[in-house]
Design a binder for this molecule. Structure first.
Ligand SMILES: [Zn+2]
Length: 396
């Protein structure tokens, strides 16, 4: 299989570290609100990759975290005057329920940041020992200058970044590009609404980036196969994850970086902060999980996707065609594959092997439905039954 690797900017042969076993880490949601429609795409893309790899006989180990320590969570807890843990518990449950409705496989491990603060502290200590991080007034920062590879994933020039970062200079940092690994808490914090954890640098909270480095390494090891997430996470989140992890271990972190394109409405990304989003729950109620999956998979996973009622209606109509063919062939006796069904299966595999080309794979399945209907009209029930079996295998 070939996959586009953001790290090398090329489409490469995908070769797992251990033959037959694939480890995947996916950045999960920050649970300060219900998931929106865009979160569906970030879940469906790794789900399809995992299902395909499993179908091809690999054993996949899939981790997706829950970010349940973050400034936005605390802001919401304060606004609603309730414990931060109550906020995150509420939305983690909603998220889990909606992902199940969407039909994505549950990851094997769903670690929460709050359960891994000790691992984060240990990682930060290791970075300090190795000269890649420093304490400053209760905060700990990663020293970007100490990691010459910084900027490799996102293709950014460190000097240019530095000029931009000077605008918001912070005297606690040695370099404007340094980012927080640990955020010391103000004296009035440390309550249920704004929890803090004890650390060698005083009470505080981990930064968002270190959360993913600590959780991925704990469950998948210091080096693993695939790290996935939305395109909006490439910089700074994933760039920082690489810097932290590789500086701490001296080993290469994730080998393949797979990023899905974002969901747009008009020219803008669908996001909470822009206020132009519909929730995943609303989208599921309105269109149904199958149409949502069909809609997302009709575009290349790397392209941006425009939300449009017409495209969702097309996805629905396509599903109806599949459904009509499956109903029309429901009573046929099973038959072994035919030359035609084998050829269609090979075309499907070729599309998926080519950087997960789901639009081409979908087109192949539509060809199968068209051919199957022609066989039914011509009375060739064996040929139709073989295509029915194929459709159920590949898209059931
Ligand atoms: Zn992450």
């Amino acid at each position: 299989m070939r996959l586009y690797n953001t790290l090398t900017r090329t489409t490469e042969a995908f070769v797992p570290r251990d033959a037959g076993r694939v480890s995947i880490y996916v950045c999960g949601q920050t649970v300060q609100d219900v998931p929106h429609f865009g979160h569906a795409r970030a879940a469906i893309v790794p789900d399809v990759l995992r299902r395909y790899l499993e179908w091809r006989g690999h054993q996949v180990f899939h981790v997706r975290n829950i970010t349940d320590i973050e400034d936005k969570i605390i802001a919401r807890a304060k606004a609603e005057d309730r414990p931060a843990a109550a906020v995150t518990e509420t939305f983690a449950r909603v998220s889990e329920r909606e992902m199940e409705r969407l039909g994505v496989l549950q990851p094997h491990i769903v670690p929460r940041a709050t359960g891994h603060v000790l691992e984060m502290i240990a990682l930060i200590e290791r970075l300090i020992e190795r000269g890649h991080a420093y304490e400053s007034g209760g905060d700990v920062f990663f020293s970007v200058r100490s990691f010459p590879e910084y900027g490799r994933l996102s293709g950014r020039d460190v000097d240019e970044l530095r000029v931009g970062a000077r605008v918001e200079a912070d005297e606690r940092k040695r370099d404007p590009l340094d980012f927080a690994l640990w955020k010391g808490a103000p004296a009035d914090e440390g309550s249920l609404t704004s929890p803090t954890w004890p650390s060698p640098w005083g009470p505080g909270r981990p930064g968002w980036h270190i959360e993913c480095s600590a959780m991925s390494t704990k469950y998948l090891g210091e080096s693993f196969d695939i790290h996935a997430g939305g395109m909006d996470l490439v910089f700074p989140h994933h760039e920082n994850e690489i810097a932290q992890s590789e500086a701490a271990t001296g080993k290469s972190f994730a080998r393949y970086w797979i990023h899905n394109g974002l969901l747009h409405i008009g020219t803008e990304k669908m996001s909470k902060s822009l206020g132009n989003f519909i929730t995943l729950g609303e989208a599921l109620d309105r269109y149904g999980a199958d149409a949502l999956r069909m809609f997302f998979l009709s575009s290349s996973y790397r392209s941006p996707v425009d939300f449009s009622e017409e495209r969702l209606a097309e996805a629905r109509a396509g599903l109806d065609r599949w459904g009509a063919f499956l109903r029309a062939t429901a009573g046929l006796d099973p038959v072994p594959p035919t030359a035609e069904s084998t050829e269609i299966r090979e075309r499907f595999v070729a599309a998926m092997e080519d950087d997960l080309s789901t639009p081409r794979a979908q087109a192949v399945l539509f060809d199968a439905v068209t051919a199957g209907n022609q066989h039914l009209e011509a009375g060739d029930v064996k040929a139709a039954a073989a295509l029915r079996a194929l459709l159920l295998e590949l898209a059931g």
